[in-house]
Design a protein around this ligand. Structure first.
Ligand code: ATP
Ligand code: MG
Ligand code: MG
Length: 586
């Protein structure tokens, strides 16, 4: 829908292709399977798949699964599904997967060993394909580590994790060399092989790169490449008890997959010299990938760290990972947000090198734009007030014609039953209104959408003084086609026929937090919005009894709604995706 944006990363890609530096651009999206994807990930997905799509390339989906303890196959499945959902009909043909169980091919190029795992594209619903897994490269990574040791570029270090940290120093304090730094190559090879064989306990030894303990960049001060962890891994089981660090695994996974542009968020900028160092210090026969960084998405009125999302779910602040209030892709999906709206949002916010806070209103705007175009208009009353048209025949029912979508002439019209007893919204009537109130008042007139102009003659109250019914007369010539059809009144309100209306549960969602940046609070949970979910019994026009989960509805003058999976036959449940900008104002 929207034109592809331009930004500094796309500019780099365009230039590289023009220079002929790469035959084909190859990106990747590398989530760690330790949680569900959220709108921040969507920014990265839209960038990586967007580039592949716009420049005729491929984007691999890769599980960045080098940490055995926090990860799970449940997340692998969910991530694969959510990525497919987000790119469907847009970049499926760029999705790089691999045959199930396939690991890198080993070849020899000019006497140098090479590992390469090419993608299979364009068959995203094929069950014989699966995402890439960094953990599939553990054997190759191990071989690369041996190579570094043999070149005197890596050593086994016996400092504890705490000592290693202390020796590393800080940006303003130089590091100290480990006493184990000058072990012989033979001793290092022997110890590293025994680390793999499981001879040593967790935390007793690490493999470290031998770089520069005086570097101003702390990441270059002999970074850890391998840790001992006797733990079961969701993908490799018990095969390994040493696990590579992110820095060692990431650049080499990119290399093995033939990635050209490895795009990540700004906090990895300081890791880039290490990314390059590892690749430069190995004998790699194919072109090396390069890392580029962009500013991550921070969105107001929500939290996005996986730890906090997990806490919201575990502590019961929300109903699950797909709770429509969460910024997870599952939550947004259940809320009724379409992939197109998310992609348009990602395109609109653009890619920069400066961290900032994106206003939730920008996302809401993209959602409204998208739903305005596609939603079928329907009549529903959330807070019913009974209205009787005293001059309308008691047993008469007529069908009035209503437009399905003014933005889409192809959507046609439908009939809505009209009779003497209706429900209107309580807020559309005021007994003692201020001057700017143009809806119904005693003695005043409004149009009932698609039907007649009515005048309020009488207000009926119960014994507590609450308004329970309005008695009105209709101008029976004011409907479309009637003599007074063109007569103007200040406003038109929605309604449903009380005799025909179908009941529905409506779940109204508001922002999850009451402050723009909950992350800044000492306890972010104190800013949870207690009114983020409100459940109502609404009355809907009969057409909504056959609502479909793949359709989007605008309840006129209220907002956009989608059918929730909790619906049962005859008992629809609707989620409010978002209110109309000018809800209640017309
Ligand atoms: P968390 O910090 O919540 O644990 P993460 O950043 O570690 O999340 P990953 O699964 O490692 O999550 O992220 C996968 C990819 O998505 C990475 O390339 C990362 O840069 C990108 N990503 C994650 N969060 C955002 C964000 N808020 N904005 C843009 N990209 C993001
Ligand atoms: Mg991560
Ligand atoms: Mg992170």
């Amino acid at each position: 829908v929207e034109a592809p944006p331009n930004d500094f990363i796309r500019e780099i890609v365009r230039q590289h292709l023009a220079e002929g530096r790469y035959e084909r651009v190859h990106t990747r999206f590398p989530p760690e399977p330790n949680g569900y994807l959220h709108i921040g990930h969507a920014k990265s997905i839209c960038l990586n798949f967007g580039i592949a799509r716009e420049f005729g390339g491929i984007c691999n989906l890769r599980m960045d699964d080098t940490n055995p303890t926090k990860e799970d196959v449940e997340y692998v499945q969910a991530i694969h599904e959510d990525v497919r959902w987000l790119i469907q009909g847009w970049a499926d043909h760029c999705l790089g997967l691999k045959p199930r169980g396939q690991t890198p091919q080993t070849t020899t190029v000019n006497g140098r060993t090479d590992y390469y795992l090419p993608p299979v594209v364009g068959r995203s619903d094929d069950d014989t394909l699966e995402p890439f897994f960094a953990s599939d490269y553990f054997e190759q990574l191990y071989q690369f580590a041996l190579q570094l040791i043999r070149k005197g570029k890596a050593y086994v270090c016996d400092l504890s994790p705490e000592e290693t940290d202390r020796y590393r120093g800080a940006p303003d304090r130089p590091g100290r060399e480990s006493p184990w730094r000058n072990r012989s190559i033979e001793e290092n090879l022997d110890l590293f092989q025994r680390m793999r064989a499981g001879e040593f306990p967790d935390g007793s030894r690490t493999l470290r790169a031998k770089i520069d303990m005086a570097s101003p960049n702390v990441w270059m001060r002999d970074p850890v490449l391998y840790r001992i962890r006797h733990a079961e891994h969701h993908h490799t089981g018990r095969a390994w008890c040493i696990y590579p660090t992110y820095d060692f695994a990431h650049c080499l996974s990119d290399y093995i997959e033939g990635i050209t542009h490895s795009i990540c968020t700004l906090e990895f900028e300081v890791h880039r010299p290490l990314y390059d160092w590892i690749l430069e210090n190995l004998d790699l026969p194919r072109p090396r990938p390069r890392q580029y960084e962009f500013a991550r998405l921070n969105l107001s009125y929500t939290v996005m760290s996986k730890r906090k999302l997990l806490q919201l779910v575990r502590e019961g602040h929300v109903r699950g990972w797909d709770d429509p209030r969460l910024p997870t892709l599952r939550g947004l999906r259940r809320r009724g947000v379409t992939p197109e709206a998310i992609r348009n949002f990602a395109y609109r916010i653009g890619i920069t090198k400066y961290d900032g806070l994106t206003d939730m209103a920008v996302l809401e705007h993209a959602i409204r734009d998208d739903l305005n175009r596609r939603a079928l208009r329907r009549l529903a009353v959330l807070h019913p007030l009974r209205l009787v048209i005293t001059n309308y025949p008691e047993h008469q029912v007529e069908e009035v014609t209503a437009i399905n979508n003014p933005e889409d002439p192809g959507a046609g019209t439908r009939s809505v039953p009209f009779c003497r007893e209706l429900y209107i919204e309580q807020d559309d009537f005021m007994e003692n209104p201020p001057p700017q109130f143009y809806r119904l008042r005693p003695g005043g007139e409004v149009r009932l959408k698609y039907a007649y102009i009515i005048r309020c003659d009488e207000v009926i109250k119960d014994e507590h003084g609450r308004i329970v019914e309005l008695r009105c007369t209709a101008d029976l010539e004011s409907k479309a086609g009637g003599r007074n059809a063109q007569r103007k009144v200040k406003s038109a309100i929605h309604w449903v026929s009380a005799r025909h209306a179908v009941p529905a549960e409506c779940r109204l969602y508001d922002r999850l937090f009451t402050v723009p940046e909950p992350d800044l609070l000492e306890d972010w949970r104190t800013a949870l919005n207690p009114h983020s979910l409100q459940i109502l019994q609404a009355w809907c026009e009969p057409a909504l009894a056959s609502a479909r989960p793949d359709e989007r509805y605008q309840f006129e003058r209220i907002g956009y709604f989608v059918l929730d999976p909790d619906s049962t036959p005859g008992r629809p449940v609707f989620n409010l995706t978002i209110t109309l900008k000018d809800a209640w104002a017309r």
